[in-house]
Every structure is written in structure tokens, then in C-alpha cells.
Design a protein around this ligand. Structure first.
Ligand SMILES: NC(=O)c1ccc[n+]([C@@H]2O[C@H](COP(=O)([O-])OP(=O)(O)OC[C@H]3O[C@@H](n4cnc5c(N)ncnc54)[C@H](OP(=O)(O)O)[C@@H]3O)[C@@H](O)[C@H]2O)c1
Length: 210
């Protein structure tokens, strides 16, 4: 599956490394071409760079690895991602990380879906620290769990399969509205990791029989 990642920061590079290692063609795209070029060089392993519109057009799956507030402009710039699987990894944290800027009755994922009604938005990877991506998807020596939410069942399953192929455990949480629960889980992860001293070698999971 071809993958384009919009963003050239910590999450973009970590996701690119994981998916390239799993054998997928990966393209990084950024508003600043030199940053996308540099990020692709840094990750290596065949990862390329392209302008955002071209990267969005060519990929089977597009990841939005940018701040939540940037998603709307990108959706507009690429013409809406019609028919495309678009993975929202964002956490709508307040600037001072004191909490989420939206929630309860909506989520970043649902707001992104409203801005791109023709796209198949899937929430995933928002509870995975960038450092866990750099550590081959492992937290505390075990594969981290990627929670996957989305209204389009086939798109949700495809993203879960991508994550498993890249070495993660997965748990599908149902419709996109369950992102209302996943985004606070990420906020708790940030609180534990950065606020309470547990560090970034952590990831939430769900104990269950199967
Ligand atoms: N870091 C984590 O552990 C983690 C974990 C889970 C989820 N997330 C989520 O992942 C997303 C990316 O986080 P990150 O840690 O990778 O951040 P980052 O290292 O700061 O990278 C952010 C990227 O977004 C780009 N960007 C920022 N504003 C933009 C705009 N208005 N239009 C286009 N591109 C823009 C930046 O480009 P410039 O360099 O040009 O500014 C940069 O390439 C965020 O939504 C975050 O909540 C992060």
C-alpha cells in the first residue's frame, strides 16, 4: 500500500520509518519542501518527498501528521481528499498542554471529517508517542497498541492491518465518534509520560481475552 505522510516532524518521521521498514512505499510532504527533503533523507530506507498535493493524490493512505489546527487548511489545499483513506493522528491539546481544546460532544477526528466529508477519516496512532515509533513500535519492550476508529469499516480494517504489519498490536474501537474517548486517553498518556515522570517508553493498551 502506498503511504503519504503530511508533516515532516517527529511523528511523520517515526511513521515513515515504521511503514518503510514494513515494505511500503512512503512519501513525506511538508509545507516547506526543504524540511520534507531533509526528513526523507534522515529516515532513509527508500522514503521520498513530494509537494503536499502530489503526495495526497498518489497515495492509497494519507496520514495527517500536523497539528490539529493545521488540518483544515491542508484539506482545503488538496481539494478535500475525496474517496481517500486519511489517518488523523492529532491530539487537540491546548497550547500549554493543560488539557484538550475540544471533546465530549465532538473530537478532532470528527471535526476533520466534517471538513473533508468525502474522505474516509480514520483515527489512529494518537496514543503512540513519537519515541515509541522510533523504538520500532515498542513500549516497555512490547509492541504498543494502536487504537483505530472510523466510520468506514473497510478503511478502519485497512489501517489496522497497516499497523499490525508495522509491528503494532491493534484494537478497533468502532465508529469515528469513539475518537472522543481516544483523544482523552492520549491526554492521559501525555500527563503520565511528561507530567508524572513515567517517560515516553509507555503506551496505553487494553487487557482482554481476545
Ligand atoms: N509527538 C508525539 O509523541 C505525538 C503522539 C501522538 C500524536 N501526536 C500528534 O501528531 C501531530 C504531529 O506531532 P509532532 O510531534 O510530529 O509535531 P512536530 O514535530 O512539531 O511536527 C509538526 C509538523 O506539522 C507541520 N505543520 C505545523 N503547522 C502547519 C501548518 N499550519 N500547515 C502545514 N504544516 C504544518 C510542521 O511543519 P513546519 O516544520 O513547517 O512547522 C511539522 O512538519 C500533532 O497533531 C500531535 O498532536 C504527536
Amino acid at each position: 500500500m502506498s503511504i503519504s505522510i503530511i508533516g515532516a516532524g517527529n511523528m511523520a518521521k517515526g511513521l515513515a520509518a515504521r511503514f518503510a521498514s514494513a515494505g511500503h512505499p512512503v512519501t513525506l510532504a511538508s509545507r516547506d519542501k526543504t524540511k520534507a527533503d531533509a526528513a526523507a533523507r534522515e529516515v532513509g530506507n527508500g522514503v521520498s518527498s513530494a509537494p503536499i498535493a502530489a503526495a495526497a493524490q498518489s497515495a492509497d493512505v494519507v496520514f495527517l501528521a500536523v497539528p490539529f489546527d493545521a488540518a483544515g487548511d491542508i484539506i482545503e489545499a488538496v481539494g478535500g481528499f475525496a474517496g481517500k483513506i486519511v489517518v488523523d493522528i492529532t491530539n487537540p491539546m491546548k497550547a500549554d498542554f493543560s488539557g484538550l481544546s475540544i471533546g465530549h460532544t465532538t473530537s478532532a477526528a470528527e471535526e476533520i471529517q466534517k471538513r473533508a466529508p468525502q474522505a474516509k477519516i480514520v483515527k489512529a496512532f494518537n496514543t503512540i508517542f513519537a519515541q515509541v515509533l522510533q523504538n520500532a513500535g515498542q513500549a516497555a519492550g512490547r509492541p504498543a497498541t494502536v487504537f483505530v476508529a472510523g466510520d468506514d469499516e473497510a478503511a478502519r480494517a485497512a489501517v489496522a492491518e497497516l499497523a499490525r504489519g508495522a509491528g503494532f498490536e491493534t484494537l478497533e474501537t468502532g465508529p469515528l465518534a469513539t475518537a472522543r474517548y481516544l483523544e482523552p486517553v492520549a491526554a492521559l498518556n501525555i500527563t503520565l509520560g511528561y507530567g508524572l515522570g513515567h517517560g515516553t517508553d509507555i503506551a496505553p493498551t487494553w487487557q482482554r481475552a481476545a
